[in-house]
Write a protein that binds this ligand. Structure first.
Ligand code: 5GP
Length: 177
């Protein structure tokens, strides 16, 4: 099998959209202290580019590692925290940054878990949303792109841990040799 990647969203389109979403966040959170929580590890490029456009000097960052158990290619809904936040979010305004919302199971787990930690507010910001697979509805406050039901990679997202370094978002095609 030969792996071939087709570009779905260019780096220029990503840069424009990320700026647009950052402007919305800048407007919505004026004067508030915000903790940006990145869900590892696919979010790292998006988080880096988005945060460079956030104009408050009072924001902080934290990370959480989650792994969902998959039965075949489908998520089972069982999620485990593999690396927890470093600091408490009690009384804080939290913006969760995700690479992609697919079934919604990971985020709905995270939201329930965060509720117990008593933050002042929690909003969700995702680079990509694949609405065709949704199983658990989660309210997404900020999103960059809605994509069709295809496995995507690049710009932080992996295929078997590879391709995270691509500057664009692509779709994998497998060609028989
Ligand atoms: P959910 O719980 O919403 O089904 O899963 C979200 C997680 O599944 C994402 O954070 C990501 O790790 C993974 N995922 C879902 N769809 C894709 C995809 O098309 N490409 C990649 N690389 N990961 C995906």
């Amino acid at each position: 099998m030969i792996e071939k990647v087709h570009q779905l969203i260019s780096k220029e389109e990503i840069a424009l959209k990320v700026k647009e979403v950052a402007t919305q966040i800048n407007n919505d959170y004026k004067g508030k202290d915000v903790v940006f929580v990145g869900v590892l590890k696919g979010v790292f490029m998006f988080m880096s580019d988005l945060l460079k456009e956030i104009n408050s000097t009072r924001v902080t960052t934290d990370f959480i590692g989650l792994s969902s158990y998959k039965g075949g290619t489908k998520s089972t809904g069982e999620v485990e925290i593999t690396a927890d936040l470093k600091d408490s979010i009690e009384g804080k305004h939290v913006i969760v940054l995700e690479d992609i919302v697919d079934t919604g199971l990971t985020l709905s787990f995270l939201l329930k878990n965060f509720e117990k930690r008593k933050p002042a507010s929690v909003a969700i910001c995702t680079l990509l949303e694949k609405p065709s697979n949704i199983e658990k509805y989660v309210k997404i406050d900020y999103k960059c792109f809605v994509i069709p039901d295809k496995f995507v990679l690049g710009y932080g997202l992996d295929y078997d841990e590879r391709y995270r370094n691509l500057p664009y978002i692509g779709v994998m095609e497998f060609i028989e040799e």
